[in-house]
Design a binder for this molecule. Sequence first.
Ligand code: ZN
Length: 145
Amino acid sequence: MGEDLKAQALPADHVRITTDTSTEPFWQAAKEKRLVAPKCADCGTFRLPPTPFCPECQSTNVDWTQLSGRATVFSFSVVHGFPGLPDITLVPAILDLPDAPGARLVSNVVDVDPEKVEIGMQVEVLFSPISDGWLLPLFRPTVRG
Ligand code: ZN
């Protein structure tokens, strides 16, 4: 039960993103440590991952809505090792976003013993540096006071 058992993020130089007009606002907001989700400006459907057209009404109008950063683990896996990083443990997860019903975000859960991660666990966003000056939203267990 040492520190080395905690789920980690990949080192910054291992994570590179590409953006396009549909996804760039998400990454620009992340750079400002804000978690946002695209919501159809016409019918209100959240469309995450971002899509050029609303799947419900085909509208191209988007309101980028700022979220609280809270999420719930919908599903996850535990991955030991990564090419070139045999000692790393990763917990990639699909997260439900309570303030964006219907939207799901793929991210990683960090700062936790992987054996303690469970479906339904409450997590909150943090932002981790990646390549080219971007910040990647990651999630850790919500600190309960
Ligand atoms: Zn729509």
